[in-house]
Design a protein around this ligand. Structure first.
Ligand SMILES: Nc1ncnc2c1ncn2[C@@H]1O[C@H](COP(=O)(O)OP(=O)(O)OP(=O)(O)O)[C@@H](O)[C@H]1O
Ligand SMILES: [Mg+2]
Length: 253
């Protein structure tokens, strides 16, 4: 694992920095869709480091490739060129089966489309990552219910997704991503369907669960209310990361 100087999380305004190891290292990532004359190169050589202990925001225009980049980092999407090191392992060198297992054990993904299974209750949907890892059904569903309480859905645990509002479905998807306390949490527009208070509560939860010293979070967002939760903001434009800026906060006493 590489160690470099990462951002400080003291947020004390002193500008102090501390050494943090790199959790996600992206080098020269290229990804195209289509073939022949219709090929579109969406990612044109992405270089990005995300440090343990930080919450990195990823912004950029619609259609610019943010979801594509997140999917590549989560090992859901094959890439055309480049290297991806995630949590000390090379995703690019893993077999598809190993990658799937690795993802299940270490990552949580909040999809832009919620991807809930329609025939399962909210609690069963949240329990899926635990069941995949071999947790017994009773315990998995009970932990699913507890997680739903934390996202404010304790009274909706036995509802099917179609009987939940869009914002409630988004919170079920968030609970599912958080339930196995992943080391790497990848969130695609996690507050898009939420009102102000719920968006605030969910971001606090994402920050608390995801931004421990041995974990990290990447959040794609258009929502300026989310910016205050980030440590740094990376901007994706024309297939490249064009800038990474620390997020300034008020000094705390
Ligand atoms: N499976 C696919 N096949 C073909 N083209 C695709 C595929 N997935 C994404 N694309 C194209 O890649 C480009 C980037 O898409 P992506 O979903 O990554 O953008 P985005 O930055 O997440 O946008 P938004 O902010 O609207 O969610 C788009 O032009 C899209 O049409
Ligand atoms: Mg997207």
């Amino acid at each position: 694992m590489t160690t470099r100087v990462g951002p400080s999380h003291s947020q004390d305004g002193s500008g102090a920095r501390e050494a943090s190891p790199i959790a996600v290292q992206v080098r020269g990532l290229v990804k195209s869709f289509g073939s022949g004359d219709t090929t579109v190169t969406v990612l044109k050589g992405i270089d990005l480091d995300v440090y343990f202990g930080e919450l990195l925001l990823l912004v950029g225009e619609s259609g610019g490739g943010k979801t594509t980049l997140l999917s590549a980092i989560a090992g859901i999407l094959d890439i055309d060129a480049g290297d991806l090191d995630v949590l000390g392992a090379s995703l690019t060198k893993m077999s598809p089966g190993t990658r799937t297992r690795f993802r299940g054990q270490t990552m949580g993904f909040i999809y832009q489309q919620f991807n809930l299974l329609p025939a399962l209750t909210a609690a069963e949907n949240v329990a899926i990552p635990l069941l995949i890892q071999g947790t017994g059904k009773k315990e998995a569903i009970s932990r699913g219910r507890l997680m739903l309480e934390r996202v404010g859905l304790g009274d909706r645990t036995e509802f099917l997704p179609r009987n939940l509002s869009g914002g409630q479905q988004q919170r079920v998807a968030i609970a599912r991503a958080l339930v196995n306390e992943p080391q790497l949490l990848v969130c695609d527009e996690p507050t898009a369907a939420l009102d102000g208070p719920n968006g605030q509560k969910i971001m606090e939860l994402i920050r608390d669960v995801g931004r421990a010293p041995d974990r990290c979070v990447i959040v794609v967002t258009h929502d300026s209310r989310v910016f205050q939760f980030g440590d740094r903001m990376a901007e994706l434009t024309d297939g490249r990361i064009v800038g990474i800026h620390p997020i300034q906060r008020e000094a705390t006493a």
